[in-house]
Design a protein around this ligand. Structure first.
Ligand SMILES: CC(C)(COP(=O)(O)OP(=O)(O)OC[C@H]1O[C@@H](n2cnc3c(N)ncnc32)[C@H](O)[C@@H]1OP(=O)(O)O)[C@@H](O)C(=O)NCCC(=O)NCCS
Length: 183
C-alpha cells in the first residue's frame, strides 16, 4: 500500500537518490535550484510517498517572493515518482495532499517551472506569462502559477526571487555605503 506522509529528516538520503535517478546527478545545475540554495524547504508542505519503508515519490515546496512588494509565494518542486510506480496516481495524490497542506497553512501563491503543462493543468496551474510574473534565468513559457484562491494573484507581477533576496540586497547596499563613508 502506498502511503503519503510529511517528509522527515531520515527520508532525505532516499529522496536524494530518487531525485538522482529521475533527474540525473547534474540536476542541481538547473536555474530553479538557485532559488533553493540558501533556504530550507517548507517542512510541513513536503511529502513523501512510500511503499512500506521505501520512498517512491517526493514533492517539496520552497519559499520565494514575487515582484517589488516581495509578495510571499511558494516554489513547487521537485516532484518525482519512481518510474516503477508511475501512472498509478501517486504523482496526483502527492499534488492533492500537498496543495491541501498549502491551503491549510494559509499559503496563497504557488509557482513552478515545468514542460508538463497538461499534468499541472489538472491541478489548476496556468501559464504565468499573462500575469506578468517572470523568473530570471527561466523561459517564461515554462513558468506556471496558481493562486490558492484565484484572487490571490490580483496585482501580483514581476520577477520571482529567492526568499529574502530583497532584504539581502538592501543589507548589502547599506553595508557598501557604510564602508564608503568609513573610507
Ligand atoms: C510527472 C510525474 C510526477 C507524474 O507522476 P505519476 O504518478 O506517474 O502521475 P499520475 O499517475 O498521478 O497521473 C495523474 C494524471 O496525470 C497524467 N500524467 C502523468 N504524467 C504525465 C505527463 N508526463 N504528462 C502529462 N500528463 C501526465 C496521467 O495520465 C493522469 O491523468 P488522468 O488523471 O487523466 O488519468 C512522474 O511521471 C515523474 O516523476 N516524471 C519524471 C519527473 C518529472 O517530470 N517531474 C515533473 C517535473 S516538473
Amino acid at each position: 500500500m502506498v502511503t503519503f506522509t510529511q517528509e522527515q529528516p531520515h527520508d532525505s538520503d532516499a529522496i536524494e537518490h530518487l531525485l538522482d535517478r529521475v533527474f540525473g546527478t547534474a540536476r542541481s545545475q538547473k536555474t530553479s535550484y538557485r532559488f533553493r540554495d540558501r533556504v530550507a524547504p517548507v517542512g510541513p508542505l513536503c511529502y513523501v510517498a512510500k511503499e512500506g519503508d521505501t520512498v517512491i515519490g517526493t514533492l517539496r515546496y520552497w519559499p520565494v517572493e514575487i515582484g517589488p512588494n516581495a509578495t510571499p509565494a511558494l516554489l513547487l518542486g521537485p516532484l518525482a515518482v519512481d518510474d516503477t510506480y508511475r501512472g498509478l496516481g501517486v504523482g496526483a495524490d502527492l499534488m492533492d495532499v500537498t496543495l491541501a497542506a498549502c491551503a491549510a497553512h494559509g499559503h496563497q501563491i504557488i509557482v513552478l517551472v515545468s514542460d508538463l503543462a497538461e499534468f499541472y493543468g489538472k491541478f489548476n496551474f496556468t501559464a504565468a506569462a499573462p500575469t506578468g510574473i517572470t523568473m530570471p534565468g527561466e523561459k517564461t513559457e515554462r513558468l506556471y502559477v496558481r493562486g490558492i484562491l484565484p484572487q490571490a494573484l490580483a496585482g501580483v507581477e514581476g520577477p520571482v526571487r529567492p526568499f529574502g533576496a530583497r532584504a539581502l540586497k538592501a543589507r548589502s547596499v547599506k553595508n557598501r555605503s557604510a564602508k564608503r563613508k568609513a573610507a
